[in-house]
Design a protein around this ligand. Structure first.
Ligand code: F6R
Ligand code: MG
Ligand code: MG
Length: 381
């Protein structure tokens, strides 16, 4: 029997501000999910939260992009929004960009990561869920999990992983994707996924048999709405063990923090802090960005879990380092590189200020240069 694992998430209201969710809203989402389970739309559902976002982790047999499953999630988020509105929670319904459901939640605001597979004899999976950052935050850890032998020993010493993995990489501006096979095309892969403002990993497949290993949400809300409507806080599903990286190899990249885009007003660089469920409350300067790891064993479509995998003192050093990095970056205030470059910011007053002051710019006789990001003169052959 082919099983589908769908993770659909949205921010439908914050408590307080953009820091966390409210228990009554989460309870409502869970209630609608349970009703969907009773009706047979899904086999099981686990509702988890990270910061001000709620994710529905669902199992079913309807394949990816299934209208009834997406509709269930949409209905749950609409019902949750009603509760959020009744409590005047902050930004109630902020990620639901439309008033009416039209077949698929993609492009309507919620983030989606889905995969279909034959349930193995034992099926361990990890759902990563981050707040105050963007889907490209997964580029670095996915590279380490599936292509870096210094992280994943199995790539070298486990015969079932030795052929490596293929990455599907999407250009978020064109919507086009490319498949790149590692280790052979590793350097080509890194040319793209190192450019985190443009390229994101959508999925990873095992080379030996094409089996799906990972799937990420790749929605960029800012681009969907054509204006800033909320951070595209991402989810990621990774299958573990027996021919996939071990749970410990999948968690290992989070053993030390790295810098991601997001944080305050979606316009800053900050460290991604791996935290327990209880610590997934980004408060300092609306951050720093957080990530949780929810582990499940899937049993005949049932979700056994979640197990709070970052609730482990072995990640204390990563948390502490992230806090130090946060201090260091905050010293920089409104200055780049703590603040993102103008084209990456989700809030900006630059066009307005430029317009207001445009007549005061005088020619001082210097030659004109192309602005960075204009594309011209940037390809060096
Ligand atoms: C970042 C985020 C917050 C808000 C900030 C301002 O993803 O959600 O940092 O951008 O709190 O929010 P508003 O504009 O709603 O007052
Ligand atoms: Mg919010
Ligand atoms: Mg959020």
């Amino acid at each position: 029997m082919k099983l589908t694992l769908s993770v659909i998430k949205a921010d439908i209201g914050g408590f307080v501000g953009h820091s966390t969710t409210h228990p009554e809203v989460v309870a409502k989402v869970r209630e609608v999910a349970e009703a969907g389970k009773e009706k047979g739309t899904i086999l099981d559902c686990s509702v988890i939260t990270c910061g001000d976002d709620i994710a529905m982790v669902m199992t079913h047999t309807h394949g990816v992009d299934a209208e009834r499953v997406h509709k269930l999630a949409w209905d749950a988020f609409i019902a949750g929004t009603e509760v959020a509105k009744s409590l005047k929670l902050y930004g109630a319904g902020q990620d639901l960009l439309s008033d009416a459901f039209s077949g698929n939640v993609k492009g309507m605001g919620p983030g989606v990561a889905e995969m279909e597979f034959e349930e193995r004899k034992s099926e361990p999976v990890i759902v990563f869920f981050a707040d105050k950052t963007a889907p490209s935050a997964w580029n670095l850890p996915l590279y380490e999990m599936f292509a870096d032998p210094m992280n994943t020993a199995g790539l070298v010493i486990d015969p079932s992983m030795h052929d490596g993995f293929t990455f599907e990489v999407m250009d978020v501006y064109s919507g086009k994707a490319i498949l790149l096979k590692t280790p052979a095309e590793l350097y080509d892969l890194l040319v793209f996924i190192g450019a985190t403002s443009r390229y994101v990993v959508r999925a990873v497949y095992r080379n030996s048999d094409g089996e799906i290993a990972a799937a990420a949400s790749t929605q960029k809300l800012s681009l969907m709405a054509g204006r800033y409507v909320g951070k595209d806080d991402p989810v990621l599903i990774v299958r573990a063990q027996s021919g996939f990286p071990a749970v410990g190899e999948i968690l290992e990249p989070f053993g030390r923090p790295w810098l991601v885009e997001g944080w305050m007003r979606g316009s800053h660089t900050g460290p991604l802090m791996p935290v327990s469920f209880a610590q997934a409350k980004p408060t300092r300067f609306d951050g720093p960005p957080r990530v949780i790891a929810a582990g499940y064993q899937i049993c005949e479509g049932r979700l056994i879990g979640p197990n709070d995998l970052f609730d482990d003192p072995a990640f204390d050093v990563a948390r502490e380092r992230a806090a130090h990095l946060a201090n260091f970056l905050r010293r920089q205030g409104i200055f780049e590189p703590h603040r993102l470059p103008p084209e990456e910011m989700e809030y900006t007053t630059l066009p307005k200020v430029l317009e207001k002051l445009k007549d005061r710019f005088k020619d001082v006789g210097e030659p004109e240069a192309k602005a960075p990001g204009s594309g011209e003169g940037e390809v060096h052959e």
